[in-house]
Design a protein around this ligand. Structure first.
Ligand code: NAD
Length: 340
């Protein structure tokens, strides 16, 4: 087994042991991401020391297991991440500011943006408005942004620029936006350095669709990706990749969770999804999002519509049965809506 896989597993075991046997009190001080270059024994001692103050009530202990009560998952980096968030693709700065503000007011704690969306400033403004109005604290929010491919040769500057545009001291999760074999390792290493410097907390990948491509990056780097963000929805369930990355304690996050702009009606009008929605008195969007969470996909539906943002978060008051989950699983046809 690869050394960084072993370390991810070791981290999971140590977190479980620490949670069972210690008097932990603070959820906001997670452990550092695993580093293949560190001696595992030293790392174990360090993790035990750092997790000693946490309580089992406050923090889940199973890396990668979704906690639908808390609405979070424990990443292999040791940080707890919300499993439902607001996506900001194709939003202007003003729309992003409002969407983020409404989302945080409604209870969302996860925000997904990217340098290429051109709205990191708006996202930062929305976060500050919500904090200023007392809805949330910075520590309660989990902000994701992405490094664009043309920045891969200048990762350090790209990270600094995203921090500045967001107006944040640290970013909870930064991911490489697309696989780009000639220089993505170098870009990832820039993110690893930023983790050491405390500028990034967790790091991961987006748009790696082949297990071999994911392994190529993992084998050339030290910190195991916390997350992979790929197009994932009922017609493209990403089952093979999800199983593959689970070996590393890496979780799947769905982009286009509702099929993406211009495609949502295809999923909303699907007979199976409509029938399940009618039987629960929920909308098709809510059923699809609930399916994502129960299937173990973090979901980040995008919207600039205040009502849709509230609707998409109202999915913690019902459960899809095993039979309904099986019906949803049967919809998979390995069909992507995007061509990138
Ligand atoms: P999505 O599947 O979330 O669909 C968005 C569309 O659904 C919009 O047209 C929106 O108006 C509509 N919608 C949202 N809620 C609705 C509701 N309750 N009822 C009816 N319509 C509703 O697609 P998306 O926003 O493109 O993807 C989600 C997020 O994933 C993005 O915002 C972005 O943050 C991220 N993303 C990442 C990548 C990547 O390459 N990593 C690519 C695309 C998107």
């Amino acid at each position: 087994m690869k050394s960084n896989m072993m370390i991810a597993l070791l981290l999971a075991i140590v977190l479980s042991m620490a949670a069972c046997g210690s008097q932990m009190t603070d959820v906001q001080e997670p452990t550092q991401a695993p580093q293949a270059t560190v001696d595992p024994a030293e790392e174990t001692a360090q993790i035990e020391e750092e997790t000693e103050h946490m309580t089992t009530e406050e923090k889940p202990t199973d890396v990668g297991a979704f906690d639908l009560e808390r609405g979070t998952v424990l990443l292999n980096s040791g940080y707890e991440m919300p499993i439902l968030g607001i996506g900001c693709f194709q939003l202007s700065n003003t729309q992003a500011e409002n969407s983020v503000y409404w989302a945080l007011r409604d209870g969302y704690r996860l925000i997904d943006t990217a340098r290429i969306y051109g709205n990191e400033e708006g996202v930062g403004r929305g976060i500050r408005r919500a904090i200023d109005e007392g809805f949330v604290t910075r520590e309660e929010i989990f902000v994701t942004t992405k490094m664009w491919t043309s920045d891969f040769d200048n990762g350090e500057q790209a990270i600094q620029a995203s921090l500045a545009r967001l107006g944040l001291d640290y970013i909870d999760l930064m991911i490489l936006h697309h696989s780009q074999p000639h220089n993505d390792v170098q870009a990832y290493q820039a993110m690893e350095k930023a983790v050491e410097e405390g500028k990034l907390r967790s790091i991961g990948l987006s748009n790696y669709y082949e297990p071999e491509d994911f392994d190529r990056l993992v084998n050339a780097t030290s910190i195991v990706p916390a997350l992979l963000q790929n197009e994932t929805h009922p017609y493209h369930q990403s089952t093979e990749m999800k199983e593959h990355i689970a070996q590393y304690g890496t979780v799947m996050e769905s982009w286009f969770p509702l099929g993406g702009r211009g495609n949502t009606q295809v999923l909303f009008n699907d007979d199976t999804i409509s029938a399940i929605a009618a039987s629960h008195g929920k909308t098709p969007a809510q059923v699809i999002l609930r399916w994502h969470l129960q299937a173990g996909n973090i979901a980040i539906p995008g919207s600039s519509n205040e009502d849709h943002i509230a609707e998409n978060f109202a999915i913690f008051d019902f459960t899809l049965s095993e039979d309904e989950m099986a019906q949803m699983t049967a919809l998979d046809r390995d069909e992507r809506f995007a061509d990138y």
